[in-house]
Design a protein. Structure first.
Length: 274
């Protein structure tokens, strides 16, 4: 895997007013949607999800309820697994290409809506489970997306999410194919920056677009949205001959939506009634 910055340091995707929202990550993923779909659905490309991450993440997801919302569902691979486990899943993704692929899967089509994660097309407290698998680092307005998840999730219900571990996105290995090579962080871990990486095998390649953010950015966004973190797991490559085995690649979090504050009714003074 190779990495380089997509944008110069001065052109990072940042949270800005909704009417002028930067959409660098969203646009890049939409442009490369067909590449991602081909990669994920090729049985000759056993990626981290099929090899080890699926079992870790799905163990965090609560039992099926009324509606499970998947934010950034992509072409639907996680939703297909959740449906098999009894979940009634609704996926949301900005890319129409991804949504069509999920909805028209030849074996297990899934319910999906094309929409903005930071403006979910759902009513308040309308779902009883939410997941965001490997999506939040790919969303330009990550805090806005988490706030929207909190809005549509019922009080006391769970959000299961997985992201690229900020340590992993913050650096790179000094060499490839060497189990004991160094992992180097040359740029500031604390400074957000859009990055691109490529992976390839047997003539096929896939390009990943994400914004590196420090861990505190995700934690602060969860707390600000009213979530309580219940579990946190660092997940990594299981092949001990792979250098990635020595550092955390992914971070899986289970959080509970806290109770919304009830606004007290303010009665008008008696003299208002004459």
């Amino acid at each position: 895997m190779t990495e380089s910055a997509v944008l110069a340091a001065g052109n990072r995707a940042a949270v800005v007013p909704a009417d002028n929202q930067v959409t660098v990550l969203r646009d890049r993923w939409n442009e490369h949607a067909t590449q991602w779909i081909a990669w994920v659905r090729d049985p000759g490309q056993p990626d981290s999800y099929s090899r080890f991450h699926r079992k870790h993440f799905l163990s965090l997801v609560p039992d099926p309820g009324r509606i499970t919302l998947d934010i950034g569902c992509g072409e639907g691979r996680v939703d297909r697994d959740l449906q098999a486990a009894g979940h009634a899943v609704v996926g949301v993704d900005w890319s129409v290409t991804m949504c069509k692929a999920a909805k028209t899967h030849p074996e297990v089509p899934t319910s999906v809506v094309a929409g903005d994660a930071a403006k979910l097309p759902l009513a308040d407290a309308s779902v009883d489970c939410a997941i965001a698998f490997m999506a939040l680092q790919d969303i330009d307005d990550m805090p806005g997306a988490i706030a929207e998840i909190a809005r549509v999730l019922e009080d006391g219900r769970k959000l299961a999410l997985a992201i690229v571990h900020p340590m992993y996105s913050g650096g790179r290995f000094s060499a490839t194919g060497t189990p004991d090579c160094d992992f180097v962080i040359r740029q500031s871990y604390f400074e957000p920056e859009i990055r691109v990486s490529q992976d390839g095998r047997d003539g096929m390649k896939v390009t990943f677009f994400r914004e590196h953010r420090p861990l505190q950015a995700y934690i602060h966004a969860l707390i600000a949205a009213g979530f309580n973190i219940e579990q946190l797991h660092e997940v990594t490559e299981e092949d001990q001959d792979n250098p990635r085995h020595r550092i955390p690649m992914f971070l899986d979090i289970l959080a509970t939506r806290g109770r919304r504050e009830k606004r007290a009714l303010v009665h008008p003074p008696d003299y208002w009634y004459g």
